[in-house]
Design a protein around this ligand. Structure first.
Ligand SMILES: [Fe+2]
Length: 169
């Protein structure tokens, strides 16, 4: 239930600290139709954070350098631009050198990278992935992500269990 203090409930988009890297992340993307679409969508996006991480941040700077925005998703999830009951599609943004440590979730996940970054999926090793790479995470597989010198921006798609948040493992 959204309260009166919720900007999304008032039709406003929500901003969090990591949004300061949005323009830099878009500038780092090679120009594509997707870049243009995200530039248009940007002001309408509502940014949010996993409540598990808000309760217990993995490191003191994490919440200033991490966030995601839902483009399409269920009506009972974070504010989405489009209601989609059976999938969650959005963007993940990490600040430069942010480390998103090992976590897992029951949903199937596909990322599509919009900037370069480092990715780990059990059993490893870390991989440096260029832009326009699809990354698959099977249900409950442990995975992690690291940003380099530039912000990390990636599109994500979840299917399956959309209600169970990722948890650090
Ligand atoms: Fe994930």
């Amino acid at each position: 239930m959204r309260g009166e203090g919720d900007p999304a409930a008032r039709g406003e988009s929500e901003r969090i600290p990591v949004c300061r890297f949005w323009d830099a992340a878009l500038a780092d993307m090679s120009a594509t139709e997707l870049t243009s679409a995200l530039r248009v969508l940007g002001p309408a996006l509502s940014w949010t954070q996993n409540p598990n991480y808000r309760r217990r941040p993995p490191d003191p700077t994490f919440l200033d350098n991490y966030g995601y925005a839902v483009i399409a998703g269920p009506s009972d999830g974070p504010p989405a631009l489009v209601v989609a009951p059976s999938l969650a599609l959005g963007v993940l943004l990490l600040g430069p050198h942010a480390h998103y440590p090992l976590h897992a979730h029951p949903a199937v996940e596909i990322y599509y990278t919009l900037t370069a970054g480092d990715w780990w999926r059990e059993p490893g090793p870390w991989r440096s992935e260029p832009v326009r790479t699809a990354i698959y995470h099977a249900p409950n597989v442990r995975h992690a992500t690291g940003a380099g010198a530039v912000p990390l921006l990636a599109v994500y798609l979840w299917r399956g269990d959309l209600t169970t948040h990722a948890a650090l493992v």
